[in-house]
Design a protein around this ligand. Structure first.
Ligand code: DX5
Ligand code: ZN
Length: 224
């Protein structure tokens, strides 16, 4: 398992001061940008122009989390723009093998995301092709929700699948990740942690990132 990475989500950042908000998290390991189309989830956020602005204002690797319908059609443009990883929801992808190949051909890592109630069996056949498995730990659509504890066995099962197949992909959790929940998620086997409100509602974003990373690292060491 690789060392824990903290990817702040800018969903809860002050969008009117985006450059400053991105500067606050320069010490993170990556940056998570949510894209919502008001169909796949009951909210609208982001899109190609926001992602392009973010890419122009950060040195961090950007992972784009696409909460949109017809991901096969709309995801490749985020790879072309220069996102390090493009993550589509398996529920919104008609041809995941083709999409993953296309994202790789365009030079990006490929991620697949699962809503909380979507079973791991939906992605086991494609697990060997992807770079990131995103397990939602809230119902997607909004920041600031509570971590769904019932996802812990799913994270552990995903880690078991990945380890027993000898794969290198990372397991990302998104939703309700805070100083109170990150240790359990890390113990279960997650190694990339999206944190929106835990970082952006903190007085010192960098301190929050450092604390989250330290907690995840300690919990990972205990579970190994
Ligand atoms: C929710 C988004 C998350 C969100 C997380 O659907 O995918 O990335 O920003 O926010 P917090 O960390 O506040 O739960
Ligand atoms: Zn997200």
């Amino acid at each position: 398992m690789t060392s824990p990475a903290i990817h702040p989500s800018i969903l809860n950042a002050d969008q009117a001061h985006l450059a400053e908000e991105l500067a606050r998290i320069a010490g993170a390991d990556g940056l998570h940008v949510d894209v919502m189309d008001n169909h796949f989830v009951p909210n609208q956020f982001g899109g190609p122009s926001l992602v392009q602005t973010v890419l122009a204002h950060t040195e961090l690797p950007v992972d784009a989390h696409l909460m949109i319908e017809q991901a096969d059609r709309w995801a490749p443009q985020y790879a072309e723009m220069g996102c390090a990883i493009v993550t589509a929801h398996v529920e919104a992808t008609a041809a995941p093998f083709r999409l993953v190949n296309e994202l790789h051909r365009l030079g990006a890592g490929a991620g697949l995301a699962l809503r909380p109630a979507t079973p791991l069996s939906t992605i086991t056949s494609v697990l060997g092709q992807i770079d990131l498995l995103l397990l939602m730990t809230v119902e997607p659509g909004f920041g600031g929700q509570s971590f769904i504890e019932a996802m812990l066995p799913k994270i552990a099962e995903a880690r078991h699948l990945v380890s027993s197949a000898g794969l290198e992909l990372r397991i990302q959790v998104d939703g309700g990740v805070t100083a109170q929940t990150i240790e359990r998620a890390a113990e279960a086997g997650a190694d990339v942690f999206v944190a929106g409100s835990a970082v952006y509602r903190a007085d010192e974003a960098l301190t929050a990132i450092t604390e989250l990373r330290a907690r995840a690292t300690a919990a990972t060491a205990l579970s190994c």
